[in-house]
Design a protein around this ligand. Structure first.
Ligand code: AMP
Ligand code: MG
Length: 487
């Protein structure tokens, strides 16, 4: 029997925070994939489980010993509008597992049927979005971006009704926690101080134990969360990643990326880029992401302040933390972009150097991934990127400045190139490749395209990737212009 070391702390919190719920029955669970590396890292002791047993576990048909499934309550601002009750409408937290290093992780089923929070929804997940989340979250992990992970994917044998019928599937997701800004908003809106305070203490113990000791934990927590969010968004931006639905219910306190819906990596660099079909106003466009993270933090601040016995005295501190977010973001951005420029030291002008490179990329909408990765070649050959740019003279002028900067810190071109290859990926989950993997699975029950793509995107810095078709942008006929939630 499969064993994980469960210790479910969330169900020890006040009852208002969750509703107990059981996974729905499915007709014919079948294992697509289990992430064996992650499984082992979580401390799973597994004595020769076969695929049918794993399918039963990861479809919720067989409960692991120690699991105690609940749906978590949360609210959230969706596209700027406050919705006082969202909650896990198609997900169940099976419980929390302590790994061999003593770290706590949530294990969650997504697509496991209706819960008390389902409203009009069916509680199910179509196969496409499950495969997309699996691919993109595991790619993000390999890229070094804080993220929830994919532990397993199964098909249910049932069909789910969307614009068209689609095969049903369930994703098993692992996260440091599923506590969202919207979780705090849910109890703040209800003026439920008991639950809100319990949630605050739980969050502090779990994610910010160093802050728990602070005499003034509310601003201290806000600052710590702001820092993790600033770092996270700087990371996304450095990879051309667009989350697509940065609602407050999709923003974690842990600083992990969560809820991969209509997310996408840009190909041609366009700061105003939007992919999500539901993002009509472009609220969550690529370039808006840092500002939205700041807006979301202000919503967290409001929720936390309802707990304060002396909100007026804390208001100034809190305003300053929110107002400082752009500077905090720029610090993280500078650190990441220096690595992408092959630099080992820090100078004041580095961000300007990086921004001038980005401006050259934007002028021709060059492929975001190829351009940054291409700096490894440009360091050694002034003509290396001529094919990407129309104004090759401007690229050479910029290159001279960049090489001079490398020279002053004593970095030779080949050292810079090696650093760049470790900092900028050759392979990201390109939208047309993701679509191709989903189509093969949905239309022909063929998961080999998914498996190969997963292997490529989880070795993103491998130079082999540059030569493979995973490293190449979509041809015009393959280009993806819009992505869909598919929930
Ligand atoms: P998300 O798209 O994951 O950010 O979800 C937003 C809200 O809609 C959450 O409360 C989800 O639980 C709920 N939701 C999304 N899809 C479904 C579905 N198929 N059935 C029930 N609830 C859903
Ligand atoms: Mg969500």
């Amino acid at each position: 029997m499969l064993k994980l070391n469960f210790d479910n702390s969330y169900i020890r919190l006040p009852d208002q925070l969750f509703k107990r719920s059981a996974p729905a029955a499915v007709s014919d669970p079948s294992l697509i994939r289990v992430n064996r590396t992650l499984f082992a890292a979580l401390g799973a002791t597994e004595s020769a489980l076969d695929d049918a047993e794993l399918a039963a576990v990861f479809s919720g048909q067989a409960l692991l010993s120690g699991a105690d499934p609940i749906a978590q309550a949360y609210a959230g601002h969706q596209f700027g509008q406050f919705v006082p009750q969202l909650g896990d409408g198609r997900a169940l937290l099976l419980g929390e597992v302590i790994d061999p290093e003593g770290r706590r992780f949530d294990i969650q089923l997504k697509g496991s049927g209706r819960t008390a929070f389902s409203r009009g929804g069916d509680g199910l997940a179509p196969l496409g979005p499950v495969l997309r989340e699996y691919l993109v979250s595991e790619a993000m992990q390999a890229l070094g971006v804080p993220t929830t992970r994919a532990l397993a994917a199964v098909t249910t044998g049932d069909r789910v009704a969307r614009e068209q019928w689609a095969p049903g599937a369930i994703l098993t997701r692992v996260a440091a926690s599923h506590i969202r800004i919207g979780t705090f908003q849910y109890f703040a809106a209800r003026e439920d101080h008991e639950a809100l305070d319990a949630l605050l203490q739980h969050t502090l113990q779990r994610h910010y134990p160093e802050v728990a000791e602070s005499p003034d934990p509310i601003p201290a927590l806000l600052e710590a969360v702001a820092d993790r969010q600033a770092r996270l968004i700087a990371h996304w931006m450095s990879l051309g990643f667009i989350h697509g639905v940065m609602n407050t219910d999709n923003t974690t306190l842990s600083g992990e990326t969560i809820d991969y819906g209509p997310c996408a990596f840009m190909e041609g660099y366009r700061p105003e880029q939007v992919f999500s079909s539901i993002d009509q106003g472009g609220r969550y466009a690529y370039r808006n992401q840092p500002g939205i993270a700041q807006w979301n933090l202000a919503r967290l601040a409001e929720a936390l302040l309802t707990l304060s016995s002396n909100p007026d005295s804390q208001l100034e501190d809190i305003r300053e933390i929110i107002a400082d977010f752009p500077q905090r973001y720029e610090l993280h951005r500078a650190e990441i972009l220096r690595r992408k420029l092959g630099l080992a030291s820090a100078e004041d002008d580095d961000l300007a150097l990086a921004d001038d490179w980005l401006a050259l990329m934007a002028a021709d909408s060059t492929d975001f991934t190829l351009s940054w990765r291409g700096l490894a070649n440009l360091a050694q050959d002034p003509a290396a990127l001529d094919e990407l740019f129309s104004d090759t003279g401007a690229v050479r002028t910029w290159r001279d400045r960049w090489l001079a900067r490398l020279h002053t810190e004593g970095t030779p071109a080949d050292t810079a190139a090696a650093r760049i290859q470790g900092a900028s990926p050759a392979v990201i989950p390109r939208n047309h490749r993701v679509e191709e993997a989903i189509r093969a699975a949905e239309d022909n029950n063929d998961f080999s395209v998914f498996d190969k793509l997963l292997a490529a995107v989880t070795s993103p810095f491998d130079p082999e990737g540059e030569r493979s078709h995973y490293g190449q942008p979509a041809a015009p006929s393959e280009r993806v212009y819009q992505t869909f939630c598919g929930t």
